[in-house]
Ligand binder design. Sequence first.
Ligand code: IPM
Ligand code: MN
Length: 347
Amino acid sequence: MAEFKVALIPGDGIGEDVTAWAFDIARTAASRHGAELTGVVFPWSCRFYKETGAMMPPDGIETLRAFDAILLGAVGWPDAVPDAVSLHGLLLPIRKAFVQYANMRPHRLLPGVTGPLRSEGFDILCIRENTEGEYSGAGGRVHQGTAAEVAVETAIFTRAGVERILRFAFDMARTRRGILASVTKSNAQKHSMVFWDDITRIVARDYPDVAVSHYHIDAMAARMVMAPESLDVVVASNLFGDILTDLGAAIQGGLGFAASANINPDRSAPSMFEPVHGSAPDIAHLGIANPIAAIWSAAMMLDHLGQSEAAAAVMAAIEATTARGIGTVPGRDRTETIGQAILDALG
Ligand code: IPM
Ligand code: MN
């Protein structure tokens, strides 16, 4: 029997409400398909920061390295810890340290879910560069607090970083409908974004079977609303991908349905699976968070671990549940009702 060790980091807010459901359902599906998942919970969060002065222990990254995968709920509780501190203390260092350079975010309507658009037949996979670009953390502030203050935040794009995310996206397009949209802003940003476009053209030579188009981020924002069915795989830089995937979440009915996988394609370190929704302090611990985004993310984890049948079983259980109208309307059904219905649907 294949065995996998999963690090569970519920984190903050609704992350604590949904992560156990996601893991339970993944573990149940895995066990029915001949694999055993063992979970170890780490209480790393803003509460942990308040108690210890750090979001995770100094050896936190090394501790996580021993796991096959990480299932994360959400990070952030701005009333207690500034977001820039909590995110740079837990989520962002994990993505970078484990070279999880490909952030995959699927956007499609689940059965029974009504989105805000007229167009319902879209199936988009956003691939977000996840380790560099606008999130590099390079920069600083000088003359702080004076009228002469300067803040600099430098986006860093490396040949290695851009090429690998593009190759990943082309590979993904090959497994789907063979259509890739590369998103930049090369009409305004004449260095990094023209560079990205250049690398896209170079990599495209190795993928004559993939139809690639170039879009500017502003045009892509409009296209995702007006003609989402024309899109298949969309690849973008870290910040652009961040923004487009909240738009993607919106058109798929809301953040409660938006799953994500932070993938280390080389498998040199664990990958991390997390819903896109964040900690949602306004609805935290009320028992009304939709666990579907977290459960879908756990299905992506099973897939990454080579448990494709278990992953498909989880997706089928999610879809059977939403098709019955459970979990389809934000805030209506309880976390427990939705989680239990999906567990039951696993059969
Ligand atoms: C996301 C989130 C994070 C990001 C924040 C919380 C730093 O918005 O995963 O999309 O921007 O990457
Ligand atoms: Mn985001």
